[in-house]
Design a protein around this ligand. Structure first.
Ligand SMILES: Nc1nc2c(ncn2[C@@H]2O[C@H](COP(=O)(O)OP(=O)(O)OP(=O)(O)O)[C@@H](O)[C@H]2O)c(=O)[nH]1
Ligand SMILES: [Mg+2]
Length: 419
């Protein structure tokens, strides 16, 4: 164990060189362009990784700790996302009840829902229609003018009343408790509803606000690129958070090459690759097991000339969502073995956490192996630094990010010495 406050970190690969801080300062002064002696240069770092692995969560933590924190617009968008997800989940569950099909039954675990009362169904259908109309109006406004893309006050009142009426029916509460989604994206979004399940009226009141912890947990998939500025240990940085869903992965190369072309000003000098340990139990739409897909993206990145030539860009790996990995590992061993067939079952004398740590290190070793054999690792000749993280843990992210910046500076210096 090591790394951040409570981070589980890869033993030999995780130790940052001694006296990094003082060396880092020296390097920074060397990296400063001579004509800009007074201002610290900006380190541009980019986060890569599949969708939903926790890049934006790390970004929010870093912005909160080392930058200006969230803007009013970002908080406003997060509040809207929470309300929208309440509406979406209510519609998803209501539609399954109304459908009453076999497929619907498969999404509602446990004994069948009592749907005989036609009156109940008609009332629910009417409310679903009204809610759908409100969503459609917001959508139409958003397409015309983004400043009106939130719910208006009268819509909030109407939604509060309509949703409360649906939520107060026994049939809905029953279905809600049995509802499960096989889709990871829906699971991540809908977890917000569980967080505020007993606060529906508050969520749709005009005064609704989010605590920093709530804001951190809101799922809003990144589209394109999101940049923020900050400063750590006297070094200014720009952190780029890019969308990781399959659709957006194709843009990674464009973003990297754009930064290459701008080499004199702000090249990407560090990459933070984030994978989710929890992905071992999820499947992608096209690529099978998500952790395997994350590994194969990682492997592909190792031979990407944009991050190898002319000099390799320093990379670290965060194996994130360790909290969820530990929580589900014991329930989903088979899924785990499907991706990592050589992992032995938990031994009789092995404690729960020993078994969990052994499984974590199987994943960690895979990332390290790919790195050691990849072109990037071969060229840089510095062991991979990998950290096992929970992005919800502010102290952990802070500590790792500080180390990361030191690594970027140190490795950049080693490269400049080798030149
Ligand atoms: N329990 C737990 N949840 C996490 C952790 N990291 C992120 N999450 C949650 O996982 C969801 C997805 O995280 P994001 O940060 O949006 O993922 P992303 O990598 O930015 O995804 P894209 O923007 O689609 O590329 C969010 O709801 C987060 O709150 C973690 O370590 N533990
Ligand atoms: Mg994101």
């Amino acid at each position: 164990m090591g790394g951040g406050a409570s981070a589980y970190r890869g033993g030999k690969t995780g130790d940052a060189p001694k006296n990094n801080r003082s060396r880092a300062k020296t390097v920074l002064s060397k990296l400063k362009p001579s004509q800009e002696k007074e201002t610290s240069p900006t380190l541009t770092m980019m986060m890569l990784g599949m969708g939903g692995v926790g890049k934006t969560t790390v970004h929010k933590q870093v912005t909160r700790t080392f930058g200006d924190g969230a803007t009013a617009d970002q908080i406003d968008a997060a509040i809207h996302a929470v309300r929208t997800v309440f509406v979406k989940k209510t519609l998803a569950v209501s539609n399954l009840i109304v459908e009453g099909t076999q497929e619907a039954a498969g999404r509602l675990s446990g004994p069948p829902i009592e749907t005989q009362n036609e009156g109940n169904m008609d009332t629910m259908l009417e409310k679903v229609d009204e809610i759908t109309d409100i969503l459609a109006s917001v959508d139409t406004r958003a397409k015309k003018n983004t400043s009106h893309s939130r719910f208006m006050d009268n819509e909030l009142d109407a939604l509060s009343a309509l949703l409360s009426e649906i939520w107060n029916t026994e049939i809905f509460r029953d279905a809600m408790s049995k509802y499960h989604s096989e889709d990871l994206e829906a699971e991540m979004e809908f977890s917000m509803v569980d967080r505020f399940a007993d606060q529906l009226q508050r969520v749709f009141s005009q005064q609704f606000s989010l605590s920093s912890e709530d804001f951190l947990a809101v799922r809003q998939p990144t589209r394109g690129i999101c940049k923020s500025l900050g400063s750590v240990s006297g070094s200014n940085f720009t952190l780029m958070d890019v969308g990781g869903q399959e659709l957006f992965q194709e843009e990674w190369n464009q973003m990297l090459s754009a930064s290459k072309m701008d080499m004199q000003k702000k090249p990407v000098v560090g990459i933070l690759y984030i994978a989710s340990l929890d992905d071992y139990r999820h499947k992608c739409k096209k690529k099978g097991n998500r952790l395997s897909a994350s590994l194969s993206n990682w492997k592909k990145l190792q031979s990407n000339s944009l991050i190898i030539d002319p000099d390799p860009v320093p990379i670290i790996v965060l194996l994130n969502k360790v909290d969820l990995f530990r929580k589900y590992l014991h329930k989903h061993k088979e899924d785990f073995h499907e991706a990592f067939e050589n992992t032995k079952e938990r031994g009789t004398k092995e404690s729960r956490s020993e078994y969990e740590n052994r499984c974590i290190s199987v994943v960690q070793k895979k990332f390290e192996e790919y790195y050691a054999h990849g072109k990037h690792g071969q060229k840089l000749k510095v062991p991979l630094q990998s950290y096992v993280t929970c992005a919800m843990d502010t102290t952990m992210v802070k500590s790792i990010f500080e180390k990361y910046v030191e690594v970027v500076i140190t490795q950049s210096m080693q490269l400049s010495f080798n030149c």
